[in-house]
Design a protein around this ligand. Structure first.
Ligand code: HEC
Length: 208
């Protein structure tokens, strides 16, 4: 009799447990479904994009560093001078799998000057050789993928927080298409508006 009671009791405990986990699963499923797309892009009420936290984005995946020294561009490169490009790891992974970036992807291009040039071409000599070395931070250009908000420019918004030393602008309005997007549209519309040909990790699909 006692044994029977025990069995009934443990059956009750088990079914309670099952019911509880079913409720838990339902609740968590709903929470996940209700979560909005995770993006590092934060827009203010005025529609301006907030400056992303440099302590955060400088720790994203560093995909490449094109270099256009002023000294090789009549003293005035369009984007002086190193271009450090950062993308969040989850978006790099998605690109490697699918060949395009997820909605909400932010790509930061942070500029740095070249370090104190001593030759007319902007280079200097260090123990490793003659060449270019990173100088001070010098500005941020940024793209955000949001196919609805930026439908007119192939689904990407373009923002500049200035081409100058720190501090950067705290927020930025979308740059006119004639200032930024037109050039990306003309050359890299087929690779999701991004110059992946300059970023070995994305271009070569992360070879060993
Ligand atoms: C005349 C052409 C041109 C214009 C105008 C232009 N870009 Fe680009 N952009 C490039 C090229 C080329 C690269 C990659 C090579 C490099 O950085 O030098 C690039 C790279 C970028 C990147 C890194 C991600 C990527 O797409 O590869 C961002 C972010 C970016 N540009 C934003 C901007 C913003 C913001 C503006 C306007 C202020 C702008 N660009 C205007 C040509 C242009």
């Amino acid at each position: 009799m006692q044994k029977h009671l025990l069995t009934v009791a443990s059956a009750a405990v088990i079914s309670l447990g099952l019911a509880a986990s079913a409720v838990y699963m339902l609740v968590t499923k709903e929470v996940v479904a209700a979560k909005p797309e995770q993006s590092s892009a934060v827009f203010g009420p005025d529609g301006k994009l907030q400056l992303p936290d440099p302590h955060v984005f400088r720790r994203w995946v560093f995909v490449g560093a094109p270099l256009t020294p002023n000294a090789l561009n009549n003293g005035h490169a369009n984007f002086p001078e190193y271009h450090h490009v950062y993308i969040e790891e989850k978006n790099v992974d998605a690109y490697l799998k699918t060949g395009s970036f997820p909605e909400g992807t932010v790509i930061v291009k942070e500029l740095t000057r070249v370090l104190n040039p001593t030759f007319p071409d902007g280079s200097r000599t260090e123990p490793s050789g003659r060449g270019y070395f990173n100088g001070e931070y010098n500005g941020i250009d940024l793209t955000v993928k949001d196919s609805k908000r930026f439908a007119k420019t192939n689904g990407w918004g373009f923002f500049t927080f200035g081409h100058h030393p720190l501090p950067y602008a705290e927020s930025a309005a979308e740059a006119p298409a004639t200032e930024c997007a037109f050039c990306h549209q003309a050359y890299v519309a087929k690779t999701d508006m991004t110059w992946v040909q300059f970023y070995p990790l994305l271009r070569d699909k992360d070879p060993k």
